[in-house]
Design a protein around this ligand. Structure first.
Ligand code: DLL
Length: 444
C-alpha cells in the first residue's frame, strides 16, 4: 500500500497539511481536554495564536507523568462512547499508561501500518508472521490490523512458545515476520538448535522495533535468518507501531508519517530545538488523533532528523535509529553511556552470543557496571565448558578493551554459559539496576 500522492509530496506541501491539522488539533484539545485548557491558559496562549508551524513552540509540552496523573482516561478528548479500543504501556512503576482510540483512529493507524509494511518490502500477497505480543501492548494488534489492511494473511502468533513459532514458520513459509529484535533472536537460536537452515523458512523481510537495537544487531539477525531487517518505531502514547519505519531500499533512517505526526528534536536540558542531524529528544504532536491527541509529547527517545531525499523516493523526513531513552542513559564516573553503545561493541565480538545484560552496581560510593555476556556454543564446546579456560580469559580482556576504547568506561565482565542469561518474549531488559538492592544488603 504505497501512496506516492502522500509519501512523495514536497516538504512544503506536507507542511501545509500539517499546519491545517495542527490548528484543528489545538482547537480540539483546548475545547475538550481540561488539562490542556488549563496549561494553555497558564501560558496565555489561545488556539487562535497558532498561525504557523513555528507557533508550535508557544504550546506546552506533555509528559508521561501527565498521562499517569490523569489515569486512566483524563486526557481523552472524546466521550467513552466514541472509544472503540484501549491499549496501554506496561510501565515499570505500578499503573500502566492508558491510551484510547476512536473508530477513525483505528482506521488511520491501520492505514499507516499498512503503508509501513509496504515500505519494509511487504505486499498484499504475503503471509505475515506476527510475533509481537497481543494485549494491552500496541505491538501485536497494531501490526495485525495494518497487515490485514494491506491484505496479507496474518498469523497472530504473539510472543513466546518459541517451538511453536518455529513449526509455524516452517509450515507456512511466511514472507514477512515481525517482533522485537531480541525475541526474533530467540526464534533464530531455536532454529539453530534444531539445525533448520534459514533458507528453508521462506522469510524475506523482518520488521523489528519496540526496543533499541543497533546496526550490529541488524547484521546479526540478517545473517542468522538470511532476511532483510528494517526498524519500526512507535509508542503507545502517540499511537503505537508505525510512527516511523525504515524503507527496505535504503535501510537508513526511519521515514516519519509526517502527515499524521509533527516532530521536533529538542535539547532535553534547555528544551531548545536542535538543528537537523544533531542528537536530541524526539517530541511528537499528533495531527489526526481523535481520542487521545497529544501536544508536544516528550518521548524521552534520543534521535536526530534527516530531511534529505531518500533513494526510495519518499520525501517524509527520516529519524535516525533511536540511540536509547533519556532514562536509560548511564552516567558512569561522569561519562554518559547508552546500553546500545555497549551492544554495538559486544556484537562485533564473534565468540559471543548476541545476548547480554548490563547490571548497575555500587562499588563503595561509585556506580559500577557489570556486563553479563554469553559465550557462543562453538566456543563453549572448544573450551570443554570451562569458563576459566585461557581462551575465555583472553576473551574477557578483549571485551574490557573494546568497551574502554569505544565507551570510555571501565566495566567488570561476567562470562556466562550458553542459555544462562534470561530470554525475553517481548522487550528485552538490558539494564538491571542493582544499586539499591546492594544498599539494602549493607543496611541489613
Ligand atoms: O513499543 C510500540 C511499538 C510496537 C513500536 C512494535 C514498534 C514495534 P510502547 O510499549 O509504548 O510502544 O513503548 C514505546 O519503546 O518510546 C521507545 O523508547 C521504544 N521504542 C519503540 N520502537 C523503538 C525502536 C511500542 N524502533 C517506547 N527503536 C518508545 C528503539 C524503540 N526504541
Amino acid at each position: 500500500m504505497y501512496h506516492p500522492e502522500i509519501e512523495t509530496k514536497s516538504q512544503g506541501e506536507i507542511q501545509e497539511i500539517q499546519l491545517q491539522r495542527l490548528i484543528e488539533t489545538v482547537e480540539r484539545v483546548y475545547n475538550n481536554v481540561p488539562f490542556y485548557k488549563e496549561k494553555f491558559d497558564e501560558l496565555n496562549v489561545k488556539p487562535s495564536d497558532i498561525k504557523s508551524l513555528e507557533d508550535l513552540r508557544k504550546l506546552p509540552f506533555t509528559k508521561k507523568k501527565d498521562l499517569r496523573d490523569n489515569y486512566p482516561t483524563g486526557l481523552f478528548a472524546v466521550p467513552m462512547s466514541d472509544v472503540v479500543r484501549i491499549h496501554g504501556s506496561s510501565g515499570t512503576s505500578g499503573k500502566p499508561t492508558i491510551v484510547g482510540y476512536t473508530k477513525k483512529d483505528i482506521e488511520i493507524w491501520s492505514e499507516i501500518v499498512a503503508r509501513a509494511i509496504t515500505a519494509a518490502g511487504g505486499s498484499s500477497e504475503d503471509i505475515f508472521h506476527n510475533a509481537y505480543g497481543y494485549g494491552l501492548f500496541t505491538g501485536g494488534v497494531g501490526l495485525h490490523y495494518g497487515a490485514e489492511k494491506l491484505g496479507a494473511a496474518v498469523i497472530p502468533v504473539s510472543g513466546g512458545n518459541t517451538d511453536r513459532q518455529v513449526t509455524l514458520i516452517q509450515d507456512f513459509k511466511p514472507r514477512g515476520i515481525a517482533g522485537t529484535p531480541s525475541y526474533i533472536l530467540n526464534v533464530a537460536e531455536q532454529m539453530e538448535k534444531l539445525k533448520i537452515k534459514p533458507e528453508t523458512n521462506g522469510i524475506e523481510y523482518g520488521i523489528f522495533g519496540a526496543e533499541p537495537w543497533t546496526e550490529e544487531m541488524r547484521k546479526t539477525i540478517e545473517d542468522k535468518l538470511k532476511i532483510k531487517a528494517v526498524d519500526i518505531y512507535g509508542l503507545s502514547e502517540v499511537m503505537g507501531p508505525g510512527v516511523a519505519i525504515e524503507c527496505h531500499e535504503a535501510q537508513q533512517g526511519l521515514h516519519i508519517a509526517e502527515d499524521h505526526f509533527l516532530v521536533e528534536i529538542i535539547d532535553p536540558e534547555t528544551l531548545e530545538l536542535v538543528p537537523d542531524g544533531e542528537d536530541g529528544e524526539l517530541v511528537i504532536t499528533t495531527l489526526t488523533k481523535e481520542a487521545l491527541p497529544v501536544i508536544r509529547y516528550r518521548t524521552g527517545d534520543i534521535t536526530s532528523l534527516n530531511r534529505a531525499k531518500c533513494v526510495c523516493g519518499r520525501t517524509m523526513a527520516r529519524m535516525a535509529r533511536v540511540k536509547g531513552r533519556t532514562d536509560d542513559m548511564m552516567i558512569i564516573r561522569g561519562v554518559n553511556v547508552f546500553p546500545s553503545e555497549i551492544e554495538r561493541e559486544l556484537l562485533k565480538i564473534d565468540k559471543l552470543a548476541p545476548f547480554y545484560q548490563i547490571h548497575l552496581l555500587k562499588k563503595g560510593n561509585m556506580d559500577a557496571v557489570e556486563l553479563q555476556v554469553e559465550v557462543n556454543s562453538s566456543l563453549y564446546e572448544e573450551v570443554g565448558s570451562n569458563l576459566q579456560h585461557p581462551i575465555v580469559l583472553q576473551l574477557k580482556k578483549q571485551i574490557l578493551h573494546a568497551i574502554k576504547n569505544a565507551c570510555l568506561i571501565s566495566v567488570d565482565v561476567a562470562i556466562k554459559a550458553p542459555m544462562e542469561l534470561p530470554r525475553f518474549e517481548s522487550k528485552a531488559i538490558r539494564l538491571v539496576d542493582r544499586r539499591n538492592e546492594q544498599r539494602e544488603e549493607v543496611v541489613k
